[in-house]
Design a protein around this ligand. Sequence first.
Ligand code: CA
Length: 227
Amino acid sequence: MQTILIVEDEPALARLAHDYLARAGYRAVTAAGVQSAGPRLQADRPDLVVLDLGLPDGNGLDLLRDLRQSSDLPVIILTARGGEVDRIVGLELGADDYMVKPFSPNELVARVRAVLRRGNRRRDAHERIDAADLAIDIPRMRVTRNGVPIDLTATEFHLLATLAREPGRVFTRGQLLNAVHGVMTDAYDRAIDAHVKNIRRKLESSETREHYIQTVHGVGYRFADAG
Ligand code: CA
């Protein structure tokens, strides 16, 4: 049974998350702040952490930063409405996903499942990515859709491969910029938008369909997760 640690100081919210995750078949444990999260991480060895950023005894982002020094334990952060900067910083510190409060507990369960599934997929990632009707051949830098080759530039290829390797994961523009570092010559955040636009033009029948690469407003992009 997989263990989920919920770090949340609002008792009603912690309880709700706990009950829904328990009902979904997870072992759920809770901590009400940064201080109490440490011992829980040690004692319960969670498989995933749901982390509120606004905690009474510290900032969840500091806890996330500490965690990332030593592990790649999956983390879903909980942020306040309008807390876009927190969201972006959280993702850049290595959070796997985020949820904006107030959120539906069913949605939380779905995100937990998706992040854990992604973790499994990452472990047995191969050099060829099959996503819907796309096939991405990493060593040969070749993309085909339904067997038909699609001509991408090196930057476009690396951007697409980065996103498609972890379907459903939200990447900030800064993260995508890092991923194509050394490939991309125009190194500023908004250049990512132009490249994504070009990839879409080549992949999609219509630029607005966002069938493969989805825009996450105010944050960045993600590759569609077919489940
Ligand atoms: Ca809080």
